[in-house]
Design a protein around this ligand. Structure first.
Ligand SMILES: NC(=O)c1ccc[n+]([C@@H]2O[C@H](COP(=O)([O-])OP(=O)(O)OC[C@H]3O[C@@H](n4cnc5c(N)ncnc54)[C@H](OP(=O)(O)O)[C@@H]3O)[C@@H](O)[C@H]2O)c1
Length: 360
């Protein structure tokens, strides 16, 4: 059998998704070598504290130690494995200077300002896989090149890794034209809506979701609707519409007066919203769902009351996207499934790395 083609990986971000990705990679690496003759091997890992670099390839043992440290499992850590403090841009420059070619850079952060590092990677002939939505959701002027670059993939950014962006891209590449897109793109807000539907108080649900780790540490990041708007913007731009984030109207699930409170103050103030949500639910038929839609002129993200069928499809943390296109005109194409979870998102990152490794 031919020697597998070796593809170096640089993983920036070792939180939920980055760690799950590395664990999946260690489990599947031999399978990928045997099936595709491709060897994806990590040469560098980074988080906010620094980076670990070994251009010959990091050993599984060192990866496991680092992942255990990140997970806070101190008891199974056998050696310190401390990271060298290093910003992502310097890390990349160091790796390029050591002659590493055709690497794949994974951005598994949620950080703003990663664009210069990603440009640096593409300029060096590397490929880029994004779990981070922000580089795709900045101004169109800045984001356009990430949508058009043949060495950029971002399957994990929408729908928690369901094959949504890849399907949309394939439809467009084959000459289909998208007319409009609708969907439910937040597992967290799906959970919240399903519990509102059965009559629980809004404040109790948000408290429970925060305690279970379903929301961000500041639940307003979910409740603002901006994260959903970013995902819909990514789909709209991929569909060919050069829209900006402010072309989408976004209805947050809390009033502007609560935007500047501390997280503790915000949580304490939540019960004030319970009667508003109860009144909203009582005034209309149907079930509440947080839905997004987009077309060539813009879109919206808001809480709406929907009929029984859609409510059943979108129970709990399900994600769903429906495309109306020139081909899928009378009967639209729907992709539906669990849209949350680090393992699903990590699997999408791995698929993207493999795709780039096989075509790059
Ligand atoms: N979690 C999911 O289920 C899911 C699903 C789909 C997509 N996503 C997306 O995937 C991305 C990662 O999500 P996550 O849940 O894994 O987030 P997370 O747990 O908060 O992890 C983020 C990681 O990025 C690192 N980081 C942040 N800024 C950095 C910088 N400037 N340079 C280097 N490292 C940096 C953090 O370092 P420290 O460890 O030092 O803080 C952390 O390791 C996000 O964009 C998210 O929207 C997540």
């Amino acid at each position: 059998m031919a020697e597998p083609r070796r593809i170096p990986l640089i993983v920036i971000g070792m939180g939920q998704v980055g760690s799950a990705f590395l664990a999946q990679l260690m489990r599947t690496r031999e399978y990928l070598q045997a099936r595709y003759a491709v060897d994806l091997y990590p040469v560098a890992l980074a988080d906010t504290t620094g980076a670990l670099v070994e251009v010959g390839g990091l050993k599984d043992h060192d990866l496991k130690v680092l992942l255990a440290q990140k997970a806070g499992q101190a008891q199974i850590v056998e050696q310190p494995g401390a990271l060298d403090p290093m910003p992502a841009g310097d890390l990349l420059a160091q790796i390029v200077a050591q002659g590493v070619e055709k690497a794949v850079v994974v951005d598994a952060t949620a950080a703003a300002g990663m664009e210069p590092t990603l440009h640096q990677a593409l300029d060096a002939g590397y490929s880029v896989v994004l779990a981070n939505k922000r580089p795709l959701a900045g101004t169109w002027n800045e984001a356009q090149m990430f949508f058009e670059h043949p060495r950029v993939q971002f399957g994990a950014t929408v729908g928690g890794g369901l094959p949504i962006t890849t399907t949309l891209r394939a439809m467009i590449d084959a000459g289909d034209r998208v007319e409009r897109i609708e969907g439910a793109l937040s597992g967290t807000l799906g959970y919240l809506c399903s519990r509102l539907e059965v009559g629980e108080a809004f404040s109790v649900i948000v408290d429970a979701a925060k305690a279970r780790g379903y929301t961000e540490p500041d639940p307003r990041e979910d409740l603002s609707g901006v994260d959903v708007a970013r995902k819909m913007l990514i789909l709209g731009r991929l569909a060919g519409w050069p829209l900006e984030l402010d072309n989408l109207t976004v209805d947050p699930l809390y009033p502007p007066t609560m935007a500047d409170l501390s997280v503790d103050e915000f949580m304490a103030a939540l019960p004030r919203l319970d009667s508003d949500f109860a009144a909203y639910m009582g005034a209309q038929a149907g079930a509440p769902r947080y839905l997004a839609k987009i077309g060539s002129e813009g879109g919206s993200v808001s809480l709406r009351m929907v009929g029984e069928r859609l409510a059943a499809q979108l129970s709990g943390r399900m994600n769903q996207v429906t495309f109306w296109t020139k081909i899928y005109h009378d009967r639209p194409l729907t992709i539906s499934g669990p849209g949350t979870g680090r393992e699903n998102a990590a699997a999408a990152v791995l698929r993207d790395c493999l795709q780039l490794a096989r075509t790059g």
